[in-house]
Design a binder for this molecule. Structure first.
Ligand SMILES: C=CC1=C(C)c2cc3[nH]c(cc4nc(cc5[nH]c(cc1n2)c(C)c5CCC(=O)O)C(CCC(=O)O)=C4C)c(C)c3C=C
Ligand SMILES: [Fe+2]
Ligand SMILES: [Fe+2]
Length: 359
């Protein structure tokens, strides 16, 4: 049979709505052995690395996968906790918190789950489970506030690739972004204000976003603009003047030019420009992960302090904070508009009678 059917289907089943939150994904353990397949899947995605396939195959398999897994594993080991990868454990907590909100509002009509674009739980396996529970309408919410083809676009690809293999598709709504949503900007601003109330204000607030190759921007990706819009709105909400905040881009990979200014070079140069105290926030990361805890919390702190900086503080991501989960729940509610809850599928019952179905 060419197309997969839904497992566990019964005609008596109630129709449900599915809410699937996703994030990037993470290795199974902080070891080179676990990093290799994770990096291979991630870096083989043409949405992430837009380089001609044949050339990239050689670079990836002969160079990167022989060197990067060990180096990355060492970095992951520094952030790993008893609950595993921070990205995974925080995503689980976000899913639970969202599920509780949905249950209060909609009872058992809405099924909530989480998936990872790379590694596990895979998008396909979670869609499988949801359809088996009777999900006929699906909202997919990638937890990337700013749209980027490498992240949001790639998540859509994973959902679409799964659908190409299925016979009976659910109705789909896919959230593109929420970079300028007032409640999200307010949640970020409140997190900064709470930090200021215990640690005081620094000279500058550095807003560091994950970078992408500049070429992607020049080819039309809106990511760069959406990052700058988030920064501008946040600064307005905090009443910051132009010289009190800046936007930078981190996590450069490979040799080509990425979005600038680079976070690491900024950290090395700020003290010489008279900026000795900073607070750093990463509004593009909905959950703390390797790139925030290690790269911003540790690596860039060292660059700044070694260059003569005196105060460096990382303000954590919104994670599963109540206010963040309220923002996510609001996005979900908005995307459920017009979808009827709790309905028996009368048409299907008729079809069952017509076919003389027994289940
Ligand atoms: C090769 C190019 C990469 C692009 C383009 C890219 C875009 C991009 N990534 C995120 C979010 C995350 N990236 C994370 C890790 C990570 N990213 C890359 C490479 C690119 N990312 C690599 C190779 C890695 C793995 C770690 C390493 O070896 O350095 C993570 C953290 C995952 C975790 O397990 O903690 C996140 C999150 C965004 C938002 C983005 C484009 C906008
Ligand atoms: Fe990345
Ligand atoms: Fe990194």
């Amino acid at each position: 049979m060419k197309y997969k059917s839904n497992t566990g289907f019964t005609h008596a089943q109630k129709d449900k709505i599915g809410v699937l939150i996703t994030n990037l994904g993470t290795p199974e353990s902080p070891t080179a052995t676990a990093l290799r397949p994770y990096l291979k899947e991630f870096l083989s995605d043409p949405r992430v690395v837009e380089v001609p396939k044949a050339i990239w195959w050689f670079v990836l398999n002969l160079i990167i996968l022989n060197t990067r897994p060990k180096k990355s594993a060492e970095a992951y080991a520094t952030v790993w906790t008893d609950e595993g990868s921070p990205l995974l454990s925080i995503t689980k907590a976000q899913s639970k918190a969202l599920e509780a909100r949905c249950k209060t509002e909609y009872g058992d009509d809405v099924v909530v789950d989480y998936a990872m674009r790379y590694g596990n739980p895979s998008v396909s396996s979670v869609i499988d489970n949801m359809l088996a529970k009777g999900v006929r309408k699906l909202v997919v919410l990638p937890l990337y506030p700013q749209y980027c083809a490498s992240t949001t676009g790639s998540t859509f690809d994973a959902v679409a690739a799964d659908f190409t293999k299925r016979r009976w598709l659910p109705e789909l709504r896919f959230v593109n972004n929420y970079h300028d949503r007032d409640s999200y900007i307010t949640a970020l601003a409140n997190k900064v204000k709470a930090h200021w109330s215990t640690h005081g204000k620094a000279q500058k607030l550095v807003l560091s976003y994950h970078g992408i190759p500049k070429r992607y921007l020049m080819n039309g990706d809106p990511y760069h603009c959406e990052c700058h819009k988030t920064s501008r709105l946040l600064a307005e909400k905090l009443g910051l003047a132009h010289d009190e905040y800046m936007t930078t881009f981190q996590s450069r990979f490979g040799r080509e030019e990425w979005l600038t200014p680079y976070t690491d070079e900024t950290m090395k140069s700020l003290p010489d420009k008279g900026v000795k105290s900073i607070q750093v926030m990463c509004p593009g990361f909905s959950a703390d992960c390797l790139e925030t805890i290690e790269e911003i919390g540790e690596e860039n702190r060292e660059y700044f302090m070694e260059a003569g900086g005196e105060k460096y503080e990382y303000i954590p991501a919104l994670n599963s904070d109540d206010e963040h989960m309220d923002v996510i729940f609001d996005i979900v509610k908005e995307n459920l508009h017009g979808w009827q809850l709790g309905g028996e599928n009368a048409l299907r019952a008729d079809l069952a009678r017509a076919l003389g179905a027994t289940k």
